[in-house]
Design a protein around this ligand. Sequence first.
Ligand code: XUL
Ligand code: CO
Length: 435
Amino acid sequence: MSDFFKGLSKVKYEGSESKNPLAYRHYNKDEIVAGKRMEDHIRPAIAYWHTFAAEGGDPFGGRTFDRPWYDKGMEGAKLKAEVAFEFFDLLDVPFFCFHDVDIAPEGATLAESNKNVREIGDIFAKKMEQTGTKLLWGTANLFSNRRYMAGAATNPDPDVFAYAAGQVKNVLELTHELGGQNYVLWGGREGYETLLNTKVGHEADQMARFLHLVIDHAKKIGFDGTILIEPKPQEPSKHQYDFDVATVYGFLQRYGLEKEVKCNIEVGHAFLAGHSFEHELAIASSLGMLGSVDANRNDLQSGWDTDQFPNNAGEMALAFYYILKQGGLGKGGFNFDAKVRRQSLDPADLLYGHIGGLDTLARGLKGAAALIADGEFDRLLDERYAGWDSGMGKDILAGKLSLAEIADRVHAENINPQPRSGRQEYLENLVNRFV
Ligand code: XUL
Ligand code: CO
């Protein structure tokens, strides 16, 4: 036991009237919502990077946090693992996620780096066995080291592609051995800073090759988790190829991979792409691509990917609407890709962030479940499209009518459509009744 969280005890559900800042007010893991335990709906995960590796830096200033594991090599990495599992227990959260470089220091060679990662992986395996904590997903950091400044899979230098492959092989295998339920690929540098030095077509082929290799290897080792791509339009690159869900889908389809991969949708990334979070979920779900979520929020004034904790229950209710309608996230979950602000120095601040985030998710889940149970929202939606269920509408969709035949019908039956209200405000008010 470390003394990092000294004086703090396990966070419990105390109900919405509780004034205890270290209690859940809405997240009650065993409460049944829409036929399932709340924890099984949300499948919350803690992000190793923001919670234990982030240092409180921003583009204008460095480290503000003071953690006893910083700058201490493998000894520090072991202490960090100790503290991480204490934190999972304190919050009573079932999953975590990591990048290789979050958990262990990089060595002078790929072999040394991978060995460090494996050493901490062994510690994880023991702790997971003891505590029952599970791995939602693992991923390789292919963006921080300067070797990746011009991309990993999309680097003009095949040696960089190869190095990235060596890193992914190691983390994919570790993820598999730890029973990880997904493997994530986020291509922060898979894009460009300037078109002036970039062959976009060539880089698309490289990216597809890389993905093929990852999928093949996952199959070869028997990994039955989901491979997830996490779309983001830019930052750190000026333009990232995995711009948004629709772009990712188009890319996958072009290379015959759309059945092999799903999306990990992040709230803040959706905003950066000029969308809403629910837009990305709706599109992904309609394409069968909604795999998992990175829960957070951006500061909408700063325009950056600020990775703050979610605190908008209304937005989360709309998210859960799509998730519940598709029958849940399957192997996915809600990873808190969120970090406390750089002035939030104390260990307790890490708890406040996650408690607020989980309570927001719980409120969103309950709101969406109530909206669906009420039924009017879905009834109105179905009613709006009811014309397509029979008659000419049905025949058009079934491809039974040509353009000329449809035109003939308009003349023969004197079709003269009358516009109907879309009732947006009515629907907004309806949704708000449940949040
Ligand atoms: C970056 C981001 C990453 C991915 C994993 O914006 O979201 O943390 O989630 O690499
Ligand atoms: Co993310």
